[in-house]
Design a binder for this molecule. Structure first.
Ligand SMILES: Cc1ncc(COP(=O)(O)O)c(C=O)c1O
Length: 478
């Protein structure tokens, strides 16, 4: 009988399948970037139908050629490279990173300890220090890469807590009440991080926003004083650059000044918008970021790498060692020394993918300029889209976009939120466009993240037409 394991490791099948897969992926990319109107951004199916399909597939006894499987998965998945993919902040990965991701899978580096990630750990140091320099930090700044903005924010806030309490070692004492100050528009992972750290709901002090959905920094003082009166210790004030729903940039200079006044750790969630620093035209949006104690930047959002890859940067590189301080004799001999090359000393993960290769590959292949162009093209397209919305009498723009996230709605019914929700659901079922929705000041808006630099005004004009057409159909049914 044939030995299945030996066959599975045989290289001839791999070579043949690999060549065919590259053709399959190149065809997918060519089709996505061509402009065939029939192609869908999302082949929508309900979760029940999807489950039913894969349950049947999984229970088949005959083995499948992986190429058929990959084709099937592509055909049944949302396709972020489509020009009409205008939904969440997921990037259409640069093709070269699809190649680097394959190398990452092949090498399967562990990263926690130097030997298991010699190149990757070195890349992390170089890449995070380069990014820190782009953001305007001095030579003291350094960082590492972790798996996603959510984990990155938690990691940075653990460092903030360690900087002013002994909780990591001693646990909570004497009913200590800790808190963070953050805009009410911050991503939910900030709230989640604070709860994970044991602050409870009362430990997330949400500062209201202005009509541009930016933190009202003039309220920081009173919210802080109230926190002190309530017996809370504020361990960090957090700025958004930009926020998730609306892409709004908080006034980081003002938050920095406040944090300096009270000597509070200043953290910036720049998961989406910090790469604006690559553009001379838009870098003013992140002015003040270089005063932060810590910053999180997702390479997998505006920097075109596959998920997940997040830089956690510290103004004072030594602070990076504060988050996790533990002994692991089987990995490194001395926990107390700062060894950038032993990744596990600073990250939550022990084993971690070498996602740094994807980022490094882009820098070495195209240089910094590819990021500048991406920012300028996408932010510029959002400005044009905003103008287009304003020029249409039935549409309302929720705010002047600061980046590539635009919220708007159609106002042709008395229950505007209900209408726009129904429109968005119809678009989802059609699948030609993929957009999402959000709630601002209690009302539902359509939300577009322009993540694909190959999208043009043409798709956006078409989108507004599709929204109006859906509204006509929906209102005629009532
Ligand atoms: C501003 C912001 N912070 C954090 C996150 C969470 O990042 P991740 O999805 O990489 O965990 C997001 C995700 O959309 C975000 O927009």
């Amino acid at each position: 009988m044939e030995n299945i394991l030996d066959k599975a490791y045989a290289t001839e099948d791999f070579r043949r399948q690999g060549h065919a897969l590259i053709d399959l992926m190149a065809d997918y990319l060519a089709q996505a970037t061509s402009d065939s109107k029939e192609v869908q951004a999302i082949p929508w199916q309900s979760p029940e139908k999807q489950l039913d399909y894969w349950q049947k597939d999984f229970s088949k006894v005959d083995t499948i050629d992986p190429l058929d499987l990959f084709r099937d998965v592509i055909d049944r998945s949302i396709q972020v490279h489509r020009k009409r993919y205008l939904g969440h902040q997921t990037t259409p990965t640069l093709p070269v990173t699809v190649l680097s991701a394959a190398v990452t899978a092949l090498l399967n580096q562990g990263m926690g300890v130097y030997e298991m990630g010699m190149v990757g750990n070195t890349f992390e140091k170089l890449l995070t220090e380069h990014l820190a320099q782009k953001l305007g930090f001095s030579g003291e700044a350094s960082g590492f890469i972790t798996s996603g903005g959510s984990l990155g924010n938690l990691t940075a806030l653990l460092a903030a807590r360690a900087a002013c309490t002994g909780i990591w070692h001693n646990g909570y004492v004497n009913e200590q009440k800790l808190a963070v100050l953050v805009s009410e528009e911050a991503h939910y992972c900030i709230d989640r991080s604070a709860r994970i750290m044991g602050f409870g709901a009362a430990g997330i002090i949400k500062v209201p926003v202005n009509d541009k959905f930016q933190m009202r920094t003039e309220l920081l003082e009173s919210y802080y004083q109230q926190a002190i009166t309530d017996g809370k210790q504020v361990i960090s004030v957090i700025g958004c650059a930009g926020s998730t729903s609306t892409g709004s940039y908080d006034d980081l200079e003002a938050i920095a000044a406040f944090s300096q006044k009270y000597n509070i750790w200043f953290h910036v969630d720049g998961a989406h918008g910090a790469p604006a620093a690559f553009s001379p035209k838009y870098q003013h949006l992140v002015k003040g970021i270089e005063k932060a104690n810590s910053v999180v930047v997702d390479y997998h959002k505006m920097m075109m790498t596959p998920s997940l890859s997040t830089a956690v940067l510290f103004k004072n590189g030594s602070d990076a060692y504060r988050s996790f301080s533990q002994r692991a004799q089987y990995l490194w001999t001395d926990q107390d020394t700062e060894e950038w090359y032993n990744g596990g000393k600073r990250t939550f993960e022990c084993t971690k993918a070498m996602s740094a290769l994807n980022v490094y590959t882009i820098f070495r292949t195209y240089g910094d300029d590819v990021f500048r162009e991406n920012i300028e093209r996408l932010y510029g397209l959002a400005e044009k889209f905003a103008e287009l919305i304003k020029s249409k009498k039935n549409f309302e723009l929720a705010y002047e976009p600061q980046c590539n996230i635009v919220c708007f709605r159609l106002r042709t019914a008395s229950d505007v939120s209900k209408l726009n929700l129904a429109i968005r659901n119809q678009l989802l079922e059609d699948g030609r466009f993929y957009i999402v929705q959000t709630v601002l000041n209690g009302d539902l808006y359509l939300r577009v993240s322009l993540m694909n630099p190959l999208s043009t005004e043409e798709e956006l004009i078409e989108l507004l037409q599709a929204v109006e057409e859906k509204a006509v159909i929906l209102t005629s049914k009532v």
